[in-house]
Design a binder for this molecule. Structure first.
Ligand code: PMV
Length: 361
């Protein structure tokens, strides 16, 4: 399949105006995407858990205008006009216009809000871009009600990817693979697919408690970080390792071997940060409290034998992953010993989720 698959036959949307609302979750990668080619084509495959509670809710209001050369839209976050979001959205519109040919025929009002605190260091790009892709694609569906669910979800993921790579893994749940690899049948560089193999019950309600260590602006953006993989001395081996780790994860997900699961996931998180530290220029996104938390987790795991592990995204926050049947004791530990390392003692309890939902037509 190529990009051509998502270029629709010519159509005009007959409806003059209307509104559509989607909510879409964030996701956290187990095997990390780091390094990309043009148009968010990943250098290596990744797999993520879709989250349940960390979501963006976006309402798109559209009204027909004289078709011109420019996009016309306004953006609001929590009811407040956000002109500084406009350049990113304009770039997104430019990238998806070939696949959504009606974009210049409408004026759009985009109203968005997140369930997690704004600038908490939790990336809202995955949930935000996927919600937006779904809203826009709903307009296409209005005119082509016969498009199948498979096409709709694949195209939504494809469009979200053009907004922000990892956003393509937020459309569905509960485990999503993105990036072509021999390890996973049906995997694609163009969009995320549901993990197609057997998964042990223990993962069905897996918990993710996100410790907000640093809410400040990131010192180096993901875009810059991805680009530093171009000349990176370890890039080739890293990309190879990601394929291998996806292969290794298959029997682990099937058997529910949590010790091996934790070892693979923690190694992936630290490898991601090792790539950052060995880029030129090099950079560090972890903070002293990130390391304090990691050491506390390791000690607690050693002392209790409980299956607590961590992963990191491109920032200082720590995602603590554990099975639901151990949640009581682990949450006590988090509250008593880890929350002191968080900014304003903030943390978010989340768990594995099943993807985006349309709230209103
Ligand atoms: O989607 P981006 O370009 O913000 O990249 C995100 C990359 C990581 O979060 C660090 C890893 C991943 O696979 O989500």
């Amino acid at each position: 399949m190529t990009e051509q698959h998502f270029i629709p036959k010519e159509y005009k949307i007959s409806k003059e105006k209307g509104q559509v609302t989607w909510e879409s979750p964030s996701n956290i990668a187990l095997v990390k995407y780091w390094g990309k080619k043009k148009h968010q084509i990943p250098e290596n495959p990744s797999i993520s858990l879709t989250l349940n509670n960390c979501k963006t809710i976006t309402t798109l209001s559209y009204s027909k205008k004289e078709s011109g050369n420019d996009f016309s839209f306004e953006v609001f976050l929590d009811g407040e006009k956000k002109d500084d979001f406009k350049p990113k959205i304009k770039t997104f519109f430019e990238r998806v216009e070939a696949y959504l040919p009606f974009l210049k025929d409408f004026h759009f009002k985009i109203e968005t809000s997140n369930t997690f605190p704004h600038s908490s260091g939790i990336a809202s790009s995955a949930s935000g871009m996927s919600a937006m892709a779904l809203c826009l694609l709903s307009l296409e569906k209005l005119n082509n009600p016969e498009i199948t669910d498979l096409y709709f979800y694949q195209k939504a993921s494809f469009l979200a990817r053009l907004g922000s790579g990892s956003a393509c893994r937020s459309i569905e749940g509960d485990l999503i693979v993105w990036g072509e690899t021999k390890a996973v049948n049906g995997s694609s560089d163009l969009f995320g697919v549901k993990y197609p193999y057997q998964v042990h019950e223990i993962f069905k309600e897996y918990q993710d408690t996100i410790l907000l260590v640093d809410k400040g602006e990131k010192q180096v953006s993901s875009t810059v970080g991805h680009n530093l993989m171009y000349e990176h001395p370890y890039a080739e081996n890293r990309f190879k390792q990601a394929h291998e780790n996806l292969e290794k994860l298959k029997p682990i997900l099937e058997s529910g071997d949590l010790d091996q699961f934790i070892a693979l996931v923690e190694s992936e998180a630290l490898t991601l940060h090792a790539m950052m530290m060995t880029s030129m220029p090099y950079f560090i996104l972890m903070k002293p409290n990130t390391l304090e938390i990691i050491n506390k987790i390791w000690n607690f795991r050693k002392n209790t034998g409980l299956h607590i592990g961590f992963t990191l995204d491109a920032g200082a926050n720590v995602h603590i992953l554990y099975p639901k049947n151990e949640a009581k004791v682990i949450l006590e530990f988090i509250k008593n010993e880890l929350v002191v390392y968080c900014q304003n003692e903030q943390y978010i309890c989340d768990q594995i989720g099943f993807g985006a939902n349309q709230i209103k037509e």
